[in-house]
Each structure stands twice: as C-alpha cells, then as structure tokens.
Design a protein around this ligand. Structure first.
Ligand SMILES: [Zn+2]
Length: 200
C-alpha cells in the first residue's frame, strides 16, 4: 500500500488521560487514546499524505529512478501515466476542523501539462475541473473499484481540491455527510500506524 506521511497540523483538541489513581481526570493537550493499539499518542494529526501514487510501488525499486519522475506534488511514470496530489477534505460532524487526506489522482497527459502551465499563474482557480482516478489507497476505505474524481484547481499555493464522484463508496458518502469525531480518531490511528517518518 501507499506509504503515508503524517503531517503535523495545528490542533487545539483536548482529550483526557486517566492518572494512576484512576479517579481523577486531567485534560492533556493534543493526545488521544489510539483505537488501533490502545496507547496514548500525540495528535490527532487529522492530515495524511502519500509519498507516491500506489502504482509507483508496483514498479521494481531499481527501475523507479529511470521510469518515474516524482516530486512532492507531481509524478510521471514512463512519461505515459501522470498524477498530482490534491486535498480531499472530510467534514467532522460538529467541528470546524476537517480530516484532510492528500491522495494522488491520475490526470490525462493534456491536463497534466495544463497543470504545469498554470502552476504559477494567478487566477488559475477559474480553471474547469479535471477528471482523475483516485490513485492512493486510503486507510479505512478498502475498495477494489476504480474511484472517479474531479480535481478543482485552487488559488496559487493551495493544492487542488479533490471531489469524489457521488457513489456508494464509503469515502464518497463521508465526503458529503461527514464523519463522527470517534471515527476521525479511528482513521487517524490507522493512518498513523501505516505511516513512516518523512523521507530525508
Ligand atoms: Zn496506536
């Protein structure tokens, strides 16, 4: 699966951690009890990205340098398959903060080139959306179906917004309906355990 990179985010979440005596609860800033391992972790980050599109990891490691051009936000494989990173924002019910995944999506060669042309172009947010396939495997959302998306260009310096086509895929529904805070913590724990320290 894709390698996740945890990204810190400003957070004012408060949670509680029981003391040894077990009767007194004390607020601890930015910690939460992990649904995956039961320990207390820093966070939740509520923001996770992926180092490369999922298909990148299917290419033998020794061929990647020749066949792939990978940056933090763009990837071309064999100069035939093209991908960019966008933000997929999932509302959390009753909170202003969102759960932000930053997955890869595929683009046509034409639209990939267009993204490059507009990279530093003021006003680029007037661009119509591009079609793309979701190209990262998101923890907590298993699927064997290809997931269609629309990629909305945003203002300079802001990653495009990814909108999933409305389907029965849980992530697509969550994008519209939001997730509970408890679910956000579960997803954060899954993502955090699947992540590795940032590449140096
Ligand atoms: Zn854990």
């Amino acid at each position: 699966m894709g390698v996740l990179l945890g990204q810190s985010s400003r957070s004012t979440i408060r949670s509680v951690e029981p003391t040894r005596k077990g009767t007194w609860l004390e607020p601890i800033k930015n910690k939460y009890r992990c649904a995956t391992c039961g320990k207390w972790h820093e966070g939740p980050a509520l923001a996770y990205g992926f180092e490369a599109p999922a298909v990148y990891y299917q290419i033998p490691a020794e061929q990647r340098q020749d066949r792939c051009e990978l940056s933090s936000d763009t990837c071309a494989i064999d100069m035939k398959h093209f991908f960019i990173v966008g933000n997929l924002e999932i509302p959390i019910i009753g909170r202003r903060q969102k759960f932000v995944w930053s997955p890869w999506v595929s683009l046509s060669e034409k639209n990939f080139k267009r993204v490059g042309e507009l990279w530093e172009q003021p006003g680029r947010e007037t661009e119509p959306p591009y079609f793309g396939w979701l190209s990262s495997i998101i923890p907590g959302y298993p699927t064997s179906e290809p997931i269609a998306t629309r990629v909305h260009t945003r203002m300079l310096g802001i990653r495009p917004r990814i909108e999933l086509e409305p389907t029965e895929f849980q992530l697509s529904k969550d994008q519209v309906n939001g997730i509970t805070w408890e679910r956000a913590l579960e997803l954060d724990a899954m993502a955090m355990h699947a992540s590795k320290p940032a590449r140096k």
